[in-house]
Design a protein around this ligand. Structure first.
Ligand code: DAH
Length: 340
């Protein structure tokens, strides 16, 4: 048996191949399931105990040598084929990374879609706005402390008349001035405030304003509309809570919280252990505002609301730093590929 093994070993050591087929033939012949090695192992059972060690070592040598021959051939093949690839530099590199919508756009689209199902249209207004549309028509009198609620970027050389809009409520004025009730519209857009940038505040962000003006619109309509929205946005079991508040352009006014979907209102660090998260401000449009915009406040009533898109996106995607939305970091943005 030993002589046979030595001969096989010699053959393995002397083996050379011209192509991959020959290597494969060699592999099957030596290492294959019906190969020489298999036969040798069968015969190995009959080897007397005192020879087992030496014969065993020879069999292992054959196996290792054959395997290293095969590996060596594969390696030279690989490096040769790499060298011989001819690269066409005019071709488009693949795979092409397809861009995706920004999370703010995704959330805005979803909000618009939810309200469009109950008849809301979309309207647009300018980001550089005059005092009338941003403040005065909305019942912020000159020097009224309410103006301090919103630190404003004024545009120079206009005597404080022109500013970057501080909220999308300016668009409700434009809509009411140019349309007759019934009005049911959403105004999404970017707004600006002179705030120090932090994880929770930014000098620009996005809001969506809602406005509904018709005959006999009541606070109950407002509440029901917002409940519908909250359930569609955050899930069927979501509850809302209205807290009395103050805005110059609505009376009465409220701030709206939704039950925390992260902890099912049990209390967690996202809702600061209150079980609720604030998502928007709202109220019945002040009759004075209706009159300012040329709408008969004896005939018509209405409600308005305004929400921060970043805030909703943070709740929806559990994001804890507002700055991520405007830094354009591809590692952040990539995560929203295929969302919604
Ligand atoms: N404009 C308010 C803000 O920026 C949000 C708001 C509150 C809008 C109440 C409304 C409303 O339409 O009725 O904080």
């Amino acid at each position: 048996m030993k002589d046979r093994l030595l001969e096989v070993l010699k053959n393995v050591e002397n083996f050379t191949a011209q192509n991959a087929e020959q290597v494969e033939e060699f592999r099957i012949k030596i290492l294959g399931s019906k190969g020489i090695l298999k036969d040798l192992l069968v015969d190995f059972k009959n080897v007397p105990n005192e020879e087992k060690k030496e014969i065993g070592q020879l069999i292992n040598q054959i196996k290792d040598k054959a395997q290293s021959k095969i590996d060596a051939f594969k390696n030279t093949q690989d490096s040769q084929s790499k060298e011989s690839i001819d690269i066409d530099l005019t071709k488009t590199p693949y795979p092409i990374e397809i861009g995706s919508l920004h999370p703010i756009t995704l959330v805005k689209n979803q909000i618009v879609e939810i309200f469009s199902r109950i008849g809301f249209t979309v309207s647009d207004g300018p980001e550089i706005e005059d005092d009338w549309h941003n403040f005065s028509a909305l019942n912020f009198p000159p020097e009224h402390p309410a103006r301090d609620m919103q630190d404003t970027f004024f545009v120079e050389s206009n005597n404080g008349e022109i500013a970057l809009r501080t909220h999308t409520s300016s668009v409700q004025v434009r809509v009411m001035e140019s349309q007759k009730p019934p009005i049911r519209t959403l105004s999404p857009g970017r707004v600006y405030r002179n705030e120090a940038i932090s994880a929770r505040a930014h000098c620009f962000f996005h809001q969506i304003e809602g406005l509904y003006i018709a005959e006999n619109v009541s606070f109950a309509d407002l509440k029901q509309t917002l409940l519908y929205f909250a359930k569609e946005m955050f899930g069927e079991n979501t509850e809302i809570r209205l807290r009395p508040s103050y805005f110059p352009f609505t009376e009465p006014s409220a701030e709206v919280d939704v039950s925390c979907s992260v902890c099912n209102s049990k209390g967690c660090n996202i809702c600061k252990y209150s079980g609720y998260l604030e998502i928007l401000g709202c109220g019945m449009v002040d009759p004075k505002v209706l009159e300012n915009c040329g709408i008969d406040s004896k005939k018509y009533t209405g409600f308005a609301f305004g929400m921060g898109v970043e805030r909703i996106a943070m709740l929806k995607y559990k994001i804890n730093d507002l700055r991520l939305f405007s830094e354009g970091d591809i590692r952040f943005l990539k995560q929203f590929k295929g969302s919604l």
